[in-house]
Design a binder for this molecule. Structure first.
Ligand code: ASP
Ligand code: MG
Length: 406
């Protein structure tokens, strides 16, 4: 009992029938004695449809108007859910972000929440209403509508839970967070618990269950996040703070990401300032560089390899080519057919030899490693895209299935 913020994703509110079934779940929680704030995404496919509409009018649509447009998807679903709840005989009220006042910065399309004024929500709850809030949207200090980036309703929910001191349940179309992609690893299983840090790594490595920003907020404000299915009653995965027992598990998950491309600059002069000269303009072009490898230099030159989102690699190559005189590379090679495969686990902090075991497992499969990067709780390798499934399966077997068998 208490106050719960529930968030329902696009598939959960994807049709009138599904909205009615969400309403039934919501009122059941209300009848069990809870107060409820329900955050909704747009109906499945709606945001994509709106994006496409804007792009039919302008190649790169004006950002302010694009956010006005995209935010409309959540206006529809929040009103429909409030209607569905009322028709079950319960009191409900929908709020858009500007009515709650979820204030963000001005970064259209990827705004960050700065503050939430929860007075109207609290007033509404006090009057016995179930509060429905349109996710994904905010308002800047000049009352312009903003959106929080794709998947941003998760962040709306966690931010509201933090502001209201509530529990947070994220309802989605999967049972929770899995040890690996069940389409590739039949033995993948749902995790009961995962730390915020692991979840952030999983999310940035391609597991798209939660928007990363929502997990960062959860971690900052210590909001336990329960990710679960809106199609079943089963417990999902709790995203929580690390406790002592959690590092007994070496690897919590295996992820992959096919959305990056690799660029290599051959034989660039090995002199101070060169990396800054290369990556400065790439950052200025708003391209996010992920991995970077610089080789040992030979005869005063070195190869420099880095990865960027696949969608941006042509732009990145153009930027680099535009600086040919400064960089003086002997050539540029590009490979968009790569995949990044990662193992993630807080147990790596206290256990040695995990990376070696990973390389061993890949070598046993004959998978060549092109790049390696590590952090405290993650090891990632870049491999040929065509080996993705084989690599993921081998690593899942090595670290998850064997671990379970022990
Ligand atoms: N409707 C938005 C999207 O599709 C936000 C969300 O679903 O969380 O990205
Ligand atoms: Mg989502």
């Amino acid at each position: 009992m208490g106050l719960i913020v529930q968030k329902y994703g696009g598939t959960s509110v994807g049709s009138v029938e599904r909205i009615k079934s969400v309403a039934r779940r919501v009122v059941a929680a209300k009848e069990a004695g809870n107060d409820l704030v329900v955050v909704v995404s747009a109906m499945a496919g709606e945001t994509n449809r709106l994006v496409a509409l804007a792009e039919q009018i302008a190649e790169s649509p004006d950002e302010r108007e694009r956010d006005v447009l995209l935010a409309s998807g959540e206006q529809v679903s929040s009103a429909l859910l409030a209607l569905a709840i009322k028709s079950l005989g319960f009191k409900a009220r929908s709020f858009l972000a500007h009515q709650v006042r979820i204030e963000t910065d001005r970064a259209y399309g990827k705004a960050r929440i700065k503050s939430i004024d929860s007075r109207r929500v609290k007033q509404s709850l006090k009057e016995g209403e179930i509060v429905v809030v349109a996710g994904f949207q905010g308002v800047d200090q000049d009352d312009n509508i903003t959106t929080l980036g794709r998947g941003g309703s998760d962040t709306s929910a966690v931010a509201l839970a933090a502001a209201l001191n509530a529990r947070c349940e994220i309802y989605t179309d999967v049972e929770g967070v899995f040890t690996g992609d069940p389409n590739i690893c039949p033995a993948a299983r749902k995790l009961d618990r995962i730390t915020y840090e692991e979840m952030i790594e999983m999310a940035s490595m391609g597991a798209k269950v939660l928007q990363i920003r929502s997990v960062e907020l959860g971690m900052k404000f210590k909001v336990p996040i329960h990710v679960r299915s809106s199609f079943s009653e089963a417990e999902g995965t709790w995203v929580i703070e690390e406790d002592k027992t959690m590092d007994e598990v070496l690897v919590s998950g295996v992820t992959y990401d096919k959305d990056e491309a690799k660029i290599t600059l051959l034989a660039v002069p090995d002199r101070p300032g060169l990396a800054a000269q290369i990556f400065g303009p790439i950052a200025a072009a708003n391209i996010v560089v992920d991995m970077i490898i610089q080789n040992a230099s030979a005869a005063g030159t070195t190869d420099l390899t880095f990865t960027v989102p696949k969608a941006d690699y042509k732009k990145a190559v153009a930027v680099v080519e535009g600086m040919a005189d400064t960089i003086q590379a002997k050539g540029i090679t590009v490979d968009p057919k790569i995949a990044k495969v990662s193992i993630i686990g807080v147990g790596m902090r206290t256990h040695a030899g995990i990376a070696a075991r990973m390389f061993q497992a890949l070598s046993a499969e004959g998978v060549n490693i092109e790049m390696i990067s590590t952090s405290e709780i993650k090891v990632s390798v870049v491999i040929d895209e065509k080996n993705t499934e084989r690599a993921v399966r081998a690593l899942h077997k090595e670290f998850i299935e064997r671990q379970a068998a022990l």
